[in-house]
Design a protein around this ligand. Structure first.
Ligand SMILES: Cc1cc2nc3c(=O)[nH]c(=O)nc-3n(C[C@H](O)[C@H](O)[C@H](O)COP(=O)(O)OP(=O)(O)OC[C@H]3O[C@@H](n4cnc5c(N)ncnc54)[C@H](O)[C@@H]3O)c2cc1C
Length: 441
């Protein structure tokens, strides 16, 4: 149940007289699912979203004639991600398999050498090396120490920068070990995609919370009162709530001005995070030439390329089985930051060069192309999720996810499972709503 709007004008300031049980700040997946849980508990709640749209890092672009769509943000799931799978189904879609052949290879760029180590072993390797050294260290320094083979080290660093959207030079090794331990699946996280645009999931959640969402309302200040909180937005509107769920990335929450008791409790944990940076570019082809490659004299379907010489650049076959032939190039970490504010033609040229470098001129024959750039996004953070930097508190997530004075945080970074994925955001939103409702009883 969402309360109706009552706005009383007060000079330059608008003040709502309603007092909500809960205000949810942010209408990404974490905020929308927290709101859904509050709706199901018949709470009086409101969602304040900074931008003109819900969904945050889930955003689809559909062509004018609806014949094709691109996911500008999140795209892939697997069947262990039960909550996002449920939402995909509840919003009227099914799961489609990503085209991942059995006899596939992942190669490194110029040499076109197959990468022989198993990427599934990397989390375990990271856990082992982070457990071996207890001083606060960057992941890069641990990799330099523990991975002797230069080429292998370069490949791992490039893979890490693409997967986390932060270069290993800044990543807190212990926090990464903690993050990896929350991703318990043994299945490839890219196995499935929704049969339609993920904006349908967002629309479904928006419809449930329809009356309760206010757009264009970035929260800038939070003040504690005798019986709750006043939230002030950039448009000079004040909202009253007994409790708050901050469903924003911790880096975005760190930009909000908090009253002193909240700041004293939370500042250190919020400031433990740094934003990632990612650019996603998808190319559509008539001919899937990458599945017919001669690798070491044998024809092998190439599934992915890791660009060791360009840290953070990875390419994957993002096609749905039986669907269009697509390649997606991700640029993550510092490389993505380098491209911030650079004309998109330059980024397309860089991507084209990377494709031609591996597959030859045929890679230039794409019939459609889409680019999305998340670097520097004030409200969503620039990558898949923010990461704990090497001076940060490795267990910051544990403190942020628990209520304090009727305030709690929710976001993919805090996901009890699958942090940095949509699933992590959903589970975190559900957990925050449940814990807050328990505290309020
Ligand atoms: C390019 C890309 C590819 C990805 N690929 C995948 C994938 O294949 N599979 C997968 O599972 N995940 C993927 N992810 C990650 C996934 O999208 C995120 O983990 C998830 O969507 C995060 O949800 P969230 O609710 O935690 O945060 P967000 O989506 O960032 O939502 C936060 C919301 O809070 C709002 N907000 C922030 N500050 C304020 C404020 N002060 N006041 C009011 N509102 C505020 C923002 O505008 C936003 O709407 C990808 C992400 C990107 C960018």
């Amino acid at each position: 149940m969402a309360a109706g709007k009552k706005v009383r004008k007060n000079k330059m300031m608008n003040t709502e007289t309603s007092i909500y049980d809960v205000i949810v700040v942010g209408a990404g997946l974490a905020g929308l699912t927290a709101a859904k849980a509050l709706h199901e508990k018949d709470k009086n709640y409101l969602v304040l979203e900074a931008t003109e749209r819900a969904g945050g890092k889930v955003r689809s672009k559909i062509s004018e004639d609806s014949s094709r769509y691109f996911e500008l943000g999140a795209q892939f799931v697997n069947k262990d991600m039960t909550e996002i799978v449920k939402l995909i189904e509840e919003s009227g879609m099914t799961l489609e398999e990503t085209h991942i052949p059995e006899d596939l290879v992942v190669i490194s760029e110029k040499s076109r050498e197959p990468i022989l180590f198993d990427f599934k072993d990397i989390p375990e390797m990271l856990r082992d090396i982070t457990a071996a050294d207890s001083d606060p260290q960057t992941l890069a320094s641990l990799l330099d120490k523990h991975v002797e083979n230069n080429r292998k080290r370069q490949i791992i660093k490039s893979f890490v920068a693409a997967e986390t959207t932060v270069n290993s030079d800044y990543i807190n090794a212990e926090a990464l070990g903690n993050l990896v331990s929350r991703i318990t699946t043994t299945n490839n996280e890219l196995n499935y995609q929704a049969s339609g645009p993920l904006s349908q999931v967002i629309r479904y959640l928006e419809t449930i919370n329809e009356e309760a969402i206010r757009y264009h309302e970035p929260v800038v200040k939070v003040k504690e009162t005798e019986n709750g909180y006043i939230l002030k937005t950039k448009n000079n509107t004040k909202y009253h709530a007994k409790s708050i769920i901050f469903a924003t990335p911790p880096t975005a929450a760190a930009r909000i001005e908090f009253s002193s008791s909240l700041a004293d409790h939370y500042d250190r944990y919020l400031k433990s995070y740094i934003d990632g940076a990612v650019i996603k570019m998808t190319f559509v082809y008539d001919n899937p030439f990458w599945r017919e490659q001669a690798i070491k004299g044998k024809k092998k379907p190439v599934y992915g390329v890791i660009y060791a010489a360009n840290e953070g650049v990875n390419l994957i076959d993002s096609s749905i089985t039986g669907g269009e032939n697509r390649l997606t190039l991700f640029i993550g970490g510092d490389k993505a930051k380098e491209f911030f504010n650079v004309p998109s033609g330059v980024k397309e040229f860089f991507a084209k060069e990377r494709l031609i470098e591996v597959f030859g001129e045929e890679a230039e024959m794409y019939k459609d192309y889409e680019i999305s750039e998340w670097s520097g996004s004030r409200y969503c953070g620039g990558g898949y999720g923010a990461m704990v930097h090497y001076k940060g508190e490795p267990k910051a997530n544990e403190y942020l996810k628990e209520p304090f004075n009727n305030v709690v945080f929710a976001s993919t970074e805090l996901g009890p499972q699958f942090p940095q994925f949509m699933e992590g955001a959903i589970r975190s939103g559900q957990y925050a709503a449940k814990r807050l409702v328990e505290e309020m009883q």
